[in-house]
Design a protein around this ligand. Structure first.
Ligand SMILES: Nc1ccn([C@H]2C[C@H](O)[C@@H](COP(=O)(O)O)O2)c(=O)n1
Length: 201
């Protein structure tokens, strides 16, 4: 597991020649991996202004829940408002990424899990986090730190013993390039073994 996630530091990794017999060193850290997963989930959000993603990880570094902000099931996202002004705003309806990640969990318990989230949880999501047994929140942005809801979240996290800290990425960008695997020129794929001593076609 090498770069296990209890501190805020990341291991320094150099690029590595693919021709040697040792492992690749420029792999992403667990923190980068899980925060990037939260950011990838956010790409599913229909919110035109703020896209948030959350990723829940257990003590074995396995992902047990992912969510992004969106309208509740059955509430057509073409019919419900996405604006912030007037009486009918998105804030009345949108399910937050954290809440969705928790309710989408694929394991029976979230006890002692960590949550990676793009934006610091609001007070309502903080209650969900605490009640679900999540013990650590790793967030990227705290742009609403001045809001009463964020102050309340921190007050509850402190009282409940939920650790929270800001993730500062080593790299501002992590590019996913679907073309980087060259399927026609893969040199490390072994030849399929023969079945029942048949000749290979
Ligand atoms: N921790 C958070 C905070 C906010 N959200 C969602 C809720 C809205 O869709 C959007 C916030 O809208 P804004 O007023 O910033 O444009 O993000 C969330 O999922 N998690």
């Amino acid at each position: 597991m090498g770069d296990i996630c209890n501190g805020k530091t990341e291991t320094s990794q150099q690029s590595h020649s693919p021709t040697t017999n040792s492992k690749r060193l420029d792999y992403i850290s667990w923190h980068e991996y899980f925060m990037a997963t939260a950011f990838l989930a956010a790409k599913r959000s229909k919110d035109p202004v703020t896209q948030v993603g959350a990723c829940i990880v257990n003590e074995e570094n396995k992902i047990v829940g992912i969510g992004y902000n969106g309208m509740p099931i059955g509430c057509n996202d073409d019919d419900f408002p996405w604006g912030k002004e007037g009486k009918e705003t998105k804030h009345l309806y949108v399910c937050h990424a954290e809440m969705n990640a928790i309710v989408n969990k694929n394991s029976t318990s979230l006890n002692n899990c960590r949550m990676y989230v793009a934006l610091f949880p609001c007070n309502e999501c903080a209650k969900f986090v605490i009640q679900s047994g999540i013990r650590e929140v790793i967030y990227m942005s705290d742009k609403y730190a001045y809001k009463r809801s964020t102050v309340a979240s921190k007050k509850m996290f402190d009282a409940a013993g939920v650790k929270y800290w800001q993730y500062v990425p080593k790299n501002n960008k992590l590019i996913i390039d679907f073309s980087e695997i060259n399927w026609t020129n893969m040199q490390q794929v072994p030849i399929s073994p023969f079945k029942n001593n048949e000749e290979q076609l």
